[in-house]
Design a protein. Structure first.
Ligand SMILES: Nc1ncnc2c1ncn2[C@@H]1O[C@H](COP(=O)(O)OP(=O)(O)OP(=O)(O)O)[C@@H](O)[C@H]1O
Ligand SMILES: [Mg+2]
Length: 344
């Protein structure tokens, strides 16, 4: 059985001779959270508009639930579009309607009777944690609350796919966390497939199970988030996108760092461990088994797509062959960043 909900095959889209999307292909399985990331102008919004049937690619096909968006007659396209929810960066709420009124709109368009609508709106308000705000106006809400309304409205007609365009980019870090938590919960509880585009790697790292990286209209990575972020080698674009969230050697240590080993020097390494290795007390074992002082200079253990992933810069008082072998068992891609000569 084909579990993929979305199949994108060789799509291209150009604007006035400029190729915004160049031969892009990937699939999205049901229940996945796919993050699409890339720098400004990479083609993210162009891709999302094609996925949401708001625009047609010049070449290639997009198939959602077996329907080919690129060949579907206009009439059927309208009903398919109703099965796709959109969440926007700037919420796009109607200021002339209350919270409940905004959520009601797609239900009214779908022709749902009033009594049924009222029940559905109450369910949606409860799902997004806004039951007490039904009769407020958008102007009375915080950014995070507005986005919750946007999400409830997008979910109103029980879509099979939720498309989010920079859904958290207008929000502060704390509110971003609460919106990402909400999206992850909706994905878990409703099994809803989500495609979210963003330019923030931190957003991807926190909730995307799968990842597409775009650059100048080209797809340069596609796969499970953990595989791409945990890979030994990454493309320069991937590294650049990652660098903002990666641990760095503190400046005071960096100033002392030399490239070649010096007797008695401490060693600074970058240690990355995914899966079960990330849960092991590797550093304390180093101390107990080898009598080494291991100090974390930067980074720590975080989650990628709900799984622990350790990424840290560690200073070790010794780096014998036994210690190297031990650490390589946890991180085959371990890198020595330099040596800090002992103070005299
Ligand atoms: N309607 C349009 N008309 C002309 N050019 C367009 C149009 N839409 C997109 N483009 C061009 O296509 C390229 C990709 O744009 P797109 O908006 O998809 O990028 P993006 O990755 O969403 O960028 P951002 O992070 O800035 O939102 C850009 O060079 C842009 O100028
Ligand atoms: Mg965009």
């Amino acid at each position: 059985m084909d579990v993929s909900l979305v199949q994108v095959s060789n799509i291209s889209r150009s604007f006035g001779g400029h190729l915004a999307l160049d031969d892009i292909s990937f699939t999205v399985a049901r229940g996945e959270i796919l993050g699409v990331i890339g720098r400004s102008g990479a083609g993210k919004s162009s891709l999302l508009r094609c996925l949401g049937a708001l625009d047609r690619p010049d070449a290639g096909h997009i198939v959602i639930e077996g329907h080919n968006l690129t060949t579907l007659p206009q009439g059927q396209l309208v009903s398919l579009r109703r099965r796709i929810g959109f969440v926007f960066q700037h919420f796009n709420l109607l200021g002339s309607r209350t919270v409940a009124g905004n959520i009601s709109l797609p239900l009214e368009i779908a022709g749902m009777p009033r009594a049924q609508r009222r029940k559905r709106i109450a369910e949606l308000l409860s799902l997004v944690g806004l039951s007490d705000h039904a009769h407020k106006w958008p102007a009375q809400l915080s950014g995070g609350q507005k986005q919750r309304v946007g999400i409830a409205r997008a979910l109103a007609n029980a879509p099979v796919l939720l498309l989010c365009d920079e859904a958290t980019s207008a929000l502060d870090p704390e509110t971003t966390t609460s919106i990402l938590d909400l999206l992850a919960r909706i994905n878990r509880e409703l099994g809803l497939t989500i495609i979210m585009i963003t330019h923030e790697m931190d957003v991807i790292r926190r909730i995307a199970t799968h990842l597409v990286i775009l650059d100048h209209g080209h797809m340069i990575e596609n796969g499970p988030t953990l595989d791409i972020l945990g890979a030994d080698t990454q493309s320069p674009v991937t590294q650049a996108l990652l660098s903002e969230t990666q641990p760095r050697v503190p400046p005071a240590i960096r100033a002392k760092l030399v490239e070649t080993p010096v007797p008695g020097a401490h060693v600074v390494i970058r240690l990355r461990m995914g899966g079960t290795a990330a849960d092991q007390p590797v550093l304390s074992t180093l101390g107990q088994r080898f009598g080494v002082d291991a100090i974390v200079l930067a980074g720590g253990t975080n989650e990628i797509a709900g799984q622990p992933f350790a990424d840290m810069i560690v200073c070790l008082s010794d780096y014998s062959t036994e210690i190297q072998d031990f650490l390589h068992g946890f991180d085959p891609s371990l890198k020595v960043l330099g040596y800090v000569p002992a103070d005299h």
